[in-house]
Write a new protein. Structure first.
Length: 265
């Protein structure tokens, strides 16, 4: 499916979401923010989707952040157009605010991931980048801050001092530096990017989907608690997995020396 700002495809339990404004380095205008929100709603609600990959069209950018040119246009727009954009904003749930998104998200970074683009990647579970990619939160250089949780997620994901070095300067980091800091999972040549992501996809699909969701829920929600509390608390996703047919299918398939047939229930 094509929209005016995205491409959305479902293939073998995987949703592929492409930010499709290459002429604007896939920067985020109101339409793209809303369309991405709608696609994520579909991923969350559709039981036939087990994981999603987010990428950008073209070879220059994953997403260069907010469309600042569009913000200038917004100031000059008439009341009717402003009302349309306000209504879109009300219907949009930013990926950065989906604190407990149940299904795995992979960011396939094929170029610049800056500002809001990096914040999209930070909200994903796995990041795979081409070796020419660059990452950064340059908002202070524009009189802004990385307010879509970038100022909070980056210190948690790479440590306080390295994060502050980038947050307070607006500097970019190379893909190799991002890998050294533990921000991304793999750095590969551009020609290997899709293949590497496909390997992650295949390995995730080998696992029971409810086990994957329970693992993600326990890991991510548990970060909010001290270790002993995280270990001892109950997780709804894990209760669901324990009661599922797949929880029986896995050990049975192992005993019968065959591949499990996951149903997701």
């Amino acid at each position: 499916m094509y929209t005016n700002t995205t491409r959305f495809e479902i293939n073998d339990k995987v949703a592929w979401i492409t930010l499709n404004r290459p002429e604007a380095m896939n920067s985020l205008n109101p339409d793209l923010r809303w369309q991405l929100s709608e696609h994520l709603n579909e991923v969350e609600q559709n039981d036939d989707i087990w994981l999603a990959v987010i990428t950008g069209a073209g070879e220059r950018a994953f997403c260069a952040g907010a469309d600042l040119k569009h913000r200038a246009i917004e100031r000059q727009a008439d009341d009717q157009q402003r009302l349309k954009w306000r209504e879109l904003a009300k219907q949009t749930t930013h990926i950065a605010e989906r604190w407990h998104f149940s299904k795995p998200l992979i960011a396939m970074v094929n170029g610049f991931a800056l500002g809001g683009g990096l914040e999209i990647a930070l909200a994903c579970d796995i990041i795979v980048a081409a070796d020419h990619a660059e990452f950064g939160l340059p908002e202070p250089r524009r009189g802004l801050i990385a307010g879509a949780a970038g100022v909070h997620r980056l210190p948690r994901q790479i440590g306080l001092k390295p994060a502050m070095g980038y947050l307070l300067t607006g500097r970019h980091m190379t893909a190799s530096r991002a890998y050294q800091l533990g921000l991304i999972n793999d750095v590969v040549g551009a020609s290997e990017l899709k293949t590497t992501v496909d390997q992650y996809v295949r390995d995730i699909l080998r696992c029971a989907p409810l086990a994957i969701r329970a693992t993600k829920a326990c890991a991510m929600q548990g970060l909010d608690y001290p270790l002993a509390q995280a270990f001892g608390r109950e997780y709804a996703e894990e209760t669901l997995r324990q009661q599922s047919n797949d929880a029986h299918e896995g050990p049975l398939a192992f005993a019968e020396k065959r591949q499990p047939q996951w149903q997701g229930n």
